[in-house]
Design a protein around this ligand. Structure first.
Ligand code: AMP
Length: 439
């Protein structure tokens, strides 16, 4: 088996890896690091959680140190593009950690925080710049940054970049990058549009893939419970109470939905925080820090905010609502079962979400195991506090009937019919008697 010490990385990098307790490269690291050290371009199909950050960070740190140069004023030697600010921060943090015995300067720029500090930081130039595309272009437009000194370019999470509508930004950035450079391109999935985007950036790339295209993380056990939209909050609360949870991520489709779930969990005595695009950067960082430290076990997130969250020990992913883009499901459940751990993903499927479930099963070629509502669901549900239906303070507490309680604030219409299930009859679904927590 390959070890980090076999890869020819300079000693200070090996020392930093030893300090983190990393001995054996992950498969993507073992495949990518040798060709990258030879200066090849690389096209990688890999999800977050596979160790892909170190796969591009380690050989780049090696190269930048071996070929040390003055930092170009208002420029950078390496540019890493990331779709979200959370991911950008995490990537930069990885560079700082892997490079802690080197003298390379790492900076991060993203939107949502004042630009002036970033302008000042860039004045002297940096070695490694991790950026989201929008803020990067703002800085370029303000003449605070030039890309003409870039020697290594990394585009991370390309599929998410396209989902977020960054295609024009990426084309503009491409036109400003020097032709002579090393380029690395990563995506969790590689449909045609992404591969075409890759062609634009890459020259004769090495291709590495650590999981077959669109394959759901293998170690995640996946379950679906059919329920009415109005039952989801109670179902979530009861599952959280009964499952042996280390840390859980709950996904809602909308920001208001995320806030509503948090309010209802808190009302039921379960500490939780939400992260989504309406939260300020300090709020998001605080919530993530609490979750990372284990002070809260439940983090409720929208897809975009959760993208790339690198928190170990997530035992459960709850899909409070199914995503309408099947690939998103793969990203969601990829948050659990990282680095060899096992994980559980549970989807709450309302009638109108059944087509999404079908699309997910078709994409992943995995059939979710159907489990019924918890035993005595109606009685247990009745004991829970009344649902909060609005995220505004002072809102009327809601009953169950005739109102929306779900996270689907921007979706039209709740299914009229309940899932046809003899009320309270165990075994109404395949696997309904399966007891959680008894694994
Ligand atoms: P990434 O896919 O880059 O987000 O990495 C996923 C997680 O695995 C991060 O917490 C890394 O710090 C960790 N990691 C990366 N490489 C290794 C390795 N070779 N051995 C153990 N953990 C690793």
């Amino acid at each position: 088996m390959t070890k980090f010490s076999d890869l020819g990385l300079i000693e200070p990098i090996q020392r930093a890896l030893a300090a983190k307790g990393y001995d054996i490269p992950t498969p993507i690291q073992a495949q990518a690091i040798p060709p990258l050290m030879q200066g090849r371009d690389l096209c990688g199909i890999a999800q977050t959680g596979t160790g892909k950050t170190a796969a591009f960070a380690l050989p780049s740190l090696h190269y930048l140190t071996e070929n040390i140069k003055h930092r170009p004023p208002q420029g950078c030697r390496m540019l890493v593009l990331s779709p979200t600010r959370e991911l950008a921060s995490q990537i930069a943090e990885s560079f700082v950690q892997y490079g802690k015995f080197l003298r390379l300067k790492v900076a991060t720029v993203f939107g949502g925080v004042p630009i002036n500090r970033q302008i000042r930081e860039l004045q002297q130039g940096v070695d490694i710049l991790v950026a989201t595309p929008g803020r990067l272009l703002d800085l370029i437009d303000q003449r605070a940054l030039s890309l003409k000194y870039v020697e290594i370019f990394v585009l991370d999470e390309a599929d998410q970049m396209l989902d977020l509508g960054f295609i024009h930004a990426l084309k503009r950035i491409d036109a400003m990058l020097p032709k002579k450079r090393q380029s690395l391109f990563f995506s969790a999935t590689m449909p045609k549009a992404i591969a075409e985007l890759g062609d634009r950036f890459l020259t004769d790339p090495i291709k590495v893939s650590v999981a077959p295209q669109s394959t759901t993380a293998e170690r995640v056990e996946q379950f679906a419970t059919f329920c009415n939209q109005a039952e989801k909050q109670a179902l979530l609360t009861l599952r959280i109470r009964s499952e042996p949870i280390d840390r859980a991520l709950v996904f809602t489709r909308t920001k208001h939905g995320a806030d509503r779930v948090v309010k209802n969990l808190r009302a039921a005595g379960i500490e939780a925080e939400a992260i989504h695009g309406n939260k300020s950067q300090p709020q998001r960082e605080r919530a993530l820090a609490l979750f990372r430290k284990g002070d809260i076990k439940i983090l409720v997130a929208t897809d975009i905010a959760a993208r790339g969250i690198d928190v170990g020990g997530i035992s459960h992913v709850f899909n409070f609502e199914l995503p309408n883009v099947a690939e998103q499901y793969v990203h969601r459940i990829g948050r659990t079962a990282r680095a060899g751990a096992t994980g559980i993903a549970m989807a709450f499927v309302a009638d109108d979400e059944r087509p999404y479930l079908k699309a997910i099963e078709k994409l992943t070629k995995v059939k979710l195991e159907v489990i019924g509502l918890p035993e005595n669901f109606l009685a247990e549900k009745a004991k829970l506090p009344k649902l909060v239906v609005s995220t505004h303070e002072g809102a009327r507490p809601g009953g169950d009937r005739g109102r929306r309680h779900d996270g689907g604030g921007e979706r039209s219409g709740e299914p009229k019919r309940h899932f046809s299930r003899p009320k309270g009859a165990p075994g109404a679904h395949k696997g309904a008697v399966r007891k959680f927590g008894a694994r």
